[in-house]
Design a protein around this ligand. Structure first.
Ligand code: HXC
Length: 514
């Protein structure tokens, strides 16, 4: 064969493979408001940066007439590329080819790019649009998912793993994302479930739509499985592009530093917290008043909103911020907010991102529902995560820091490097009213005027404990600082902690209260 005809054959084969499931299947995909797998990669990555591998991989299944079916690229596109110059490994499942279902060779393509990501120390981005294990391939497709889960787990804490859900994803196509660090979903396009509506109808006789079962809103507002919600695929890709600017390529690196910028003048730190300690405020405004350009990149915004987590920069350096949110449930810790914070703390610790904790909470949420939902076990996760973390940890107590909440929110006792308190801080075992009612119960009951006595005792307790000075006198707080000094104290603390070294006992691994 001449070179010219060899080239023709090559172009013919390549264009056929690149077309995926064919024009009709692509039309169906587009009609659903979805980009194709290839368009997704091209939209997310820098222009001309994508290098594709394994385009000609084919499935090897002969059962159920599969020997007569050609599945271009075996339904998944894999390769390497760049996002704003940041190198990444990437795969995108192609729903137009057998519903993006995962057979053994499809899985092998994914595990190969995962192995590259691990060896090269690069983030892995997985675009999932798949009906899960390919039914015709039986145990071989299950094996494929098992091999992916194994690698997701090995890669955890070594390279950042980002999952994007862009279609109806079932079974393994949601369990692999669940093992990764960040899950992105898009309104009306993303669906995540272990078993789809058809199986639910067959087994349980219940009818439910895919959207109500596991749509983007369900996964970001109710379950907490997804971390970022977008209205369109392009908005979702913009979110990913922003996320990668805050994180390092791997756990041996630090995030890239950016030019320092002051916070925007509209966020005046002294005007955010109300004078009345019972009045709520939005802790995100406080974060914006502290960080560079007032740019706070919030994670899991719509779930467990009583705690706020996300990335920001201080003097150009990435920091992870955890703050109680007085606007929601007075900022208490509960089952979900503990899970949310603990996972984020572990991400920051694994990837060399200093932690800033902003404290204002009345404690853990009391009640039968929380106790029965396991608040002891879940609440312990945040204690574990902060105690385990060795990245620089800086805490600012703004207002209330009561009881277990005081300890849990990165107190000195859990290893904070620096603890600062505002003059408005109230550090006590519980709020003055509750405390006075308990410890002065008999004095109040036997007083001529119980209400006056209660008020006097509340006042006495407030003066004694509801301030930062006893904690400061005992060294539990390093400095009492004014709101306007806070940014400078934070920047200084992070700057001088750059070479912080802290060791933990030698062990195979700890046993966190999963
Ligand atoms: C083989 C599949 C498939 C699968 C979809 N297809 N899922 N082929 N194996 N798992 C094929 C369909 O036959 C169809 O082919 C094409 O993909 C498009 O699927 P539709 O059903 O027409 O699309 P839609 O109505 O949008 O529904 C999508 C869906 C549904 C919700 C994902 O297809 C579905 O429920 N699939 C099965 C989901 C599932 O139970 N998977 C196994 C999970 S177990 P044609 O040729 O008609 O176009 C698992 C093991 C790991 O993953 C467990 C981890 C712990």
């Amino acid at each position: 064969m001449s070179l010219a005809s060899q080239m023709l054959e090559f172009f013919r084969r390549r264009s056929k493979a690149v077309l995926g499931g064919g024009e009709k299947a692509i039309e169906k995909q587009v009609a659903m408001g979805k980009l194709t797998a290839r368009e997704r990669i091209m939209t997310l990555l820098d222009a001309d940066s994508f290098h594709e591998y394994d385009l000609f991989v084919e499935h090897k299944c002969n059962d159920f007439n599969m020997d007569k079916k050609q599945l271009p690229a075996d339904g998944v596109i894999t390769g390497t590329g760049k996002i704003s110059g940041f190198p990444v490994c990437i795969f995108a499942q192609d729903f137009t080819v057998a519903g993006g279902s995962l057979g053994l060779m499809h899985a092998r393509k994914i595990t190969k790019i995962m192995d590259h990501a691990m060896k090269l120390g690069l983030p892995l981005i997985g675009i999932n649009d798949s009906g899960g294990a390919r039914i015709q391939e039986g145990v071989n497709s299950l094996a494929g998912y098992g091999e992916i889960f194994f690698r997701n787990t090995q890669a955890s804490g070594v390279i950042p793993q980002i999952s994007v859900i862009l279609g109806p994803c079932a079974g393994g196509a949601v369990y692999s994302p669940a093992l990764t660090d960040f899950v992105f979903v898009v309104d009306k396009i993303s669906k995540m479930f272990i078993t789809g509506p058809e199986v639910i109808k067959t087994v349980l006789g219940e009818e439910i739509s895919m959207e109500d079962l596991g749509g983007a809103r369900v996964q970001t507002e109710i379950t907490g499985n997804a971390h970022f919600f977008a209205h369109s695929e392009t908005e979702c890709f913009d979110q990913i592009k922003k996320l990668v600017t805050f994180i390092p390529w791997n756990n041996r690196k630090k995030p890239d530093a950016f030019p320092p910028r002051p916070p925007k003048a509209q966020y005046d730190i002294e005007k955010i917290i109300p004078v009345n300690p019972r009045q709520p405020y939005d802790v995100r405004d406080l974060i914006r008043s502290l960080c560079d350009d007032s740019d706070f990149f919030e994670i899991q915004e719509h779930w467990a909103a009583n705690i706020v987590i996300g990335f920001a920069r201080l003097n150009g350096e990435t920091v992870g911020i955890v703050g109680n949110q007085p606007l929601v449930l007075a900022g208490v810790l509960d089952v979900d907010s503990s899970d949310k914070a603990a996972r984020f703390i572990r991400f920051c610790d694994a990837f060399n991102i200093p932690l800033i904790t902003l404290v204002d909470l009345p404690g853990y949420l009391p009640g039968v529902d929380q106790e029965h939902a396991g608040v002891i076990r879940h609440g312990a996760k945040i204690l574990y995560a902060y105690s385990e973390a060795t990245v620089p940890k800086v805490t600012v107590i703004l207002r209330k820091a009561y009881g277990g909440g005081y300890i849990a929110m990165c107190s000195r006792h859990l290893g904070a490097d620096f603890v600062f308190a505002w003059p408005t801080a109230e550090i006590a075992v519980m709020g003055p009213e509750g405390a006075a009612n308990l410890i002065f119960r008999s004095e109040i009951a036997t007083a001529d005027d119980p209400d006056a006595m209660r008020q006097a005792k509340v006042q006495e307790y407030t003066e004694k404990f509801a301030n930062p000075y006893i904690a400061a006198a005992n060294g539990h707080v390093d400095a009492v600082i004014g709101p306007r000094e806070t940014r400078e104290f934070l920047i200084h603390s992070i700057e001088i902690s750059r070479d912080k070294q802290e060791t933990r006992p030698q062990r195979k691994h700890g046993i966190p209260p999963f």
